[in-house]
Design a binder for this molecule. Sequence first.
Ligand SMILES: [Zn+2]
Ligand SMILES: [Zn+2]
Length: 137
Amino acid sequence: MRMITNKDTAKASQLRNTAQRNLVLETVRSMSCHPSAEEVYEAVRKKDGHVSKATVYRNLSLLSRQGLIRKVSMPGTCPDRYDFNLTPHFHALCGKCGRIIDVDAMGDVPHLVFSEDFAAESVELVVMGICGCCSNE
Ligand SMILES: [Zn+2]
Ligand SMILES: [Zn+2]
C-alpha cells in the first residue's frame, strides 16, 4: 500500500490553490462591471460550489498584489471593487445605482500641488456623480 506522504498532500493542495486562483482570475476577467469581492464570490460559486468565501477573498488580494488584477478603493462605505483592466484609468461612481464606469485621463498625472514634500507614486481618483441611465429616469 502506498502511503500518502506530506509531499503529496502539499502538492495536491498547491494544485488546488492554483486552480482556485485561476478560477478567481478568470471570473474577474469575465466581469466588466468592476465587481466587489462579494460579487466575485457569487460568480465563482456558480462555477464551483466548493470554493469558500475566504478563498475568494484571499485570492483577490493575492492577485491584486501580484498585479494581475487591480483593486479599486471606493470612498466612504462602498466596498472595494476589482478591475481586470490594467491600463491606467480612473473611475466614476454613480451615487444613485452604484455603477462604476471607466474614466480615461488625458495627459499625465493631474497637476497636484502638495502642501509638504511628497513623492507621488500613483493617483486614485473617483469621480462622484449620476450616470446617464439614472439621470434619464
Ligand atoms: Zn446610475
Ligand atoms: Zn476600471
